[in-house]
Write a protein that binds this ligand. Structure first.
Ligand SMILES: NC(=O)c1ccc[n+]([C@@H]2O[C@H](COP(=O)([O-])OP(=O)(O)OC[C@H]3O[C@@H](n4cnc5c(N)ncnc54)[C@H](O)[C@@H]3O)[C@@H](O)[C@H]2O)c1
Length: 427
């Protein structure tokens, strides 16, 4: 099938590459000339495990091409995915200007039937708004608008896309439904179903999924806070409840808050949607508050140990991306942590396996950028763990102890076992 993907970020590039991998002809469109040039030269502009191999293969075979021109990109496409940003607007609601702007541009370009698919995370009612934007200049026979939210996780995006738990399609058009069924045939089966529903339910499904996952994290963070007070070990509690079939083990890891480009903005947007419909979504409002508090926990703990004024103290920071296996730092807890520590007077030596360049573009010369995790420890008083990269979990505790001035680790992600730490003489 001929597919155009508009917006070639974390979602669009993975979507385009994976559809090319299953034998489709895909053209990716982005307004970022620099990004398009990179891709044309065979460079993957984001860090995503496994992406480069299939990107290169499909780029070289000619299945995957790139352009900055919307007109050229959609000319031969029967299917157009919109994988555009939907950042929070000033009031917290999803900013639809990218999506509606492109819909309007498309309305002036399209001359034959196209299925236009919202892959961006968009509030309930957006399919109708995109339809209205297209209808301004276009006969409704020439297009259908479909909701097809994306559930991939950064860091596992290729696997998640190729082997999804389910694919959700929201459409009331039989014609579009048949096209989408054919497109997704290689990806779905009895245990990974294609779920077809109305547009509004499909749009809501994405927000409900992200809000529920964030709720689990914040719930466990509160359990962890209480465990500290009552003298229980939250890791034991996590294992104790996660082995219950009704609960399951995932998204129960406490830590210094969730970040990323999705959970924080999607929860805010759902609270906003609820408000627009006269409903006050109390659980989600609390989740946002808990997460804000949680994000500053590491700074508090460091200050509890060294005192409020951290002048003269050097802290090594391991992990800057909002989670492991990505270079994405949007809404990352590292940003809150480092700002708090700098404000208190500390010097920071930081390291992340993938996100250094992004952090440099925000913090400039305020930080020392180590070239590896051990270099970050040199001359540091203590170590703070902000992102739970596997290589940090496997670090040599003896070496850490020998390098740090004090035997203290502030483990913001509970990656080390307390007993093991005690054996090495850590505080
Ligand atoms: N990142 C995730 O893990 C994830 C997962 C599921 C859903 N989503 C949703 O998918 C959407 C996209 O997210 P993302 O993380 O891929 O965003 P992103 O910021 O990584 O990528 C968006 C891309 O769109 C491009 N763009 C902006 N305006 C454009 C225009 N007019 N024409 C063409 N390209 C344009 C940008 O240059 C950028 O490359 C959002 O709604 C997000 O909530 C994201």
């Amino acid at each position: 099938m001929n597919i155009a993907v508009v917006g070639t970020g974390y979602v669009g590039l993975v979507t385009g590459t994976c559809f090319a991998e299953t034998g489709n002809q895909v053209i990716c469109i982005d307004i970022d000339q620099n990004k398009v040039n990179q891709m044309k030269n065979g460079i993957v502009p984001i860090y995503e495990p496994g992406l480069e191999t299939i990107f290169t293969k499909n780029n070289q075979s000619g299945n995957l091409t790139f352009t900055t021109s919307l007109k050229e990109g959609v000319k031969d496409a029967e299917i157009i995915f919109l994988a555009l940003p939907t950042p929070p607007g000033e009031d917290g609601s999803a900013d639809l200007s990218y999506v509606l702007g492109v819909a309007k541009d498309l309305s002036k370009i399209i001359t034959d039937y196209k299925v236009i698919i919202n892959k961006s995370t968009v509030p309930v009612g957006t399919a109708e708004r995109v339809t209205a934007a297209l209808s301004e200049n276009l006969n409704t026979d020439l297009f259908d608008v479909v909701s097809n939210p994306e559930f991939l996780r950064e860091g596992h995006a290729v696997k998640d896309f190729l082997y999804p738990d389910r694919v959700v399609i929201g459409t009331s058009s039989e014609k579009a439904k048949k096209i989408l069924e054919k497109l997704y045939e290689p990806f779905v089966n009895e245990t990974s179903p294609l779920l077809i529903m109305d547009e509004r339910s499909s749009e809501m499904t994405k927000y409900a999924a992200n809000s529920y996952l964030a709720t689990r994290i914040s719930f466990m963070n509160e359990i962890a806070n209480l465990c500290e007070k009552v003298g229980a070990n939250v890791d034991n509690v996590r294992r104790g409840i996660g082995s219950d079939n009704r609960i399951g083990p995932k998204f129960l890891y406490p830590g210094i808050g969730f970040g990323g480009s999705c959970f924080p903005k999607d929860i805010l947007a759902l609270v906003k949607t609820a408000k627009q419909y006269g409903y006050s979504f109390e659980t989600l409002k609390t989740i946002i508050q808990i997460n804000e508090i949680q994000k500053s926990k590491l700074v508090q703990k460091i200050q509890n140990y060294f005192g409020k004024d951290l002048t003269g103290k050097t802290i090594a920071i391991w992990g800057l991306a909002f989670k492991p296996e990505t270079d994405d730092i949007r809404e990352a807890s590292s940003i809150v942590t480092m700002n708090g520590l700098l404000e208190a007077g500390a010097s920071l030596r930081v390291y992340d396996p993938a996100a250094m360049e992004h952090i440099k573009s925000i913090f400039g010369d305020k930080l020392f950028y180590a070239s590896n995790q051990n270099e970050a420890l040199e001359g540091a008083d203590a170590l703070g763990i902000v992102t739970e990269w596997k290589q940090f979990k496997e670090a040599n505790l003896g070496e850490i102890k020998a390098t740090l001035k004090e035997a203290v680790i502030f483990d913001g992600r509970n990656i080390y076992e307390l007993e093991q730490m005690a054996k090495f003489g850590f505080y």
